[in-house]
Ligand binder design. Sequence first.
Ligand code: KG4
Ligand code: ZN
Length: 368
Amino acid sequence: MRDSFLEIEGSNFLHFELLRYGGIIPPVAQDLHRQNIERVVAESFSKANLTPNDIDAIAVTNRPGLSSSLTVGVRYAKHLSRTYSKPFIPIHHMEAHALTARINNNIPFPFVCLLASGGHCILTLVKNVREFYNLGETIDDAPGEVFDKIARRLKLRLLPEYEWINGGLAIERAASKATDANQFEFPLPLAKFRDCRFSFTGFKNNANRAISFSERKHNVAPDEVIPDHENFCGGLLRAFTKHICHRTQRAMEFCESQDFINDETGKRLVFSGGVACNDFMYVALKEMCAQLGYQIWRPIKAHCSDNGLMIAWNGMERWLEDEDIYRNVVLDEMMLEPKCPLGTSLVSEVANANLKCKWVKISNLKLN
Ligand code: KG4
Ligand code: ZN
């Protein structure tokens, strides 16, 4: 069934181009989408050895995202849907991230899901294919975005081993070589607030200050990297991970306090989004889950980052449930939702529960 699905995700190409060329303005991205979508779709059919007549339905991202990019995907998907009389399935980008781990694993509902990427950081309770509850999200930057900015400020690209990889992975690899990560301590944001919101801007500002300090101290030339960058990355990654583990533990305890999750439903955590490629974070979350009686999953790394398959998968999950399937799309009604929250908000309910958590000890974080 999965092979018989075609997916067109408007935002996919945009992300790729933004990463490679470091900040193309949206109209250019939209042009690139427009110029390439037909060829990409034709190549997908040819690789899959299928024709549009062989597929059951067309799933496409229509929310949230840059409307200029979403427009290209949605318009083309509608055109195909009309031309070949195929049902049309609009998809929420973050819901798709949350369901992706089910491609290769049998993960029953409900589960708690941590979504961390270059654009988002959200804790959500996933009750089924279409019922999502937002437990907390970032109030400022996303973790991947901050990793990328700090890696750039550190000038890690000057070192051949980091030249061609994304900022998050570069920081993870440098951190793995740290000999004394304690040299760099970062205060944990929102620690006083007993909720599940995240914040990453403070890390960025503190990191910039620490880098400038080290550059002055070691008299670092413009084309050099600070000598203690490995310990710096070690301290930074540890602080990010602690912040993420704390908010996730509270989300789990909140879901249990409301009986959304219990021994009968099963206790599960799914970690997804580009930042879920981070093995250090995954190992820390895994240890936390083991102590709290949760099973944990993440998609394979190629499916953690933005990809087309996750949209097709979400389309298939909806198709099987017969949810939100459009049999007759109206071509000039765009159905875009550039701003669209993920599910029903329980953010204030989490804050009102005022849960004081006893943080589990995680060996790679040396929490206390
Ligand atoms: O989900 P994604 O592919 O695109 C969106 O942002 O929607 O995520 C990309 C982000 C980048 O910011 C990148 O730095 C981060 O994922 N990332 C990582 C790792 N691999 C990719 N962050 C931390 N550790 C990694 N190994
Ligand atoms: Zn994404």
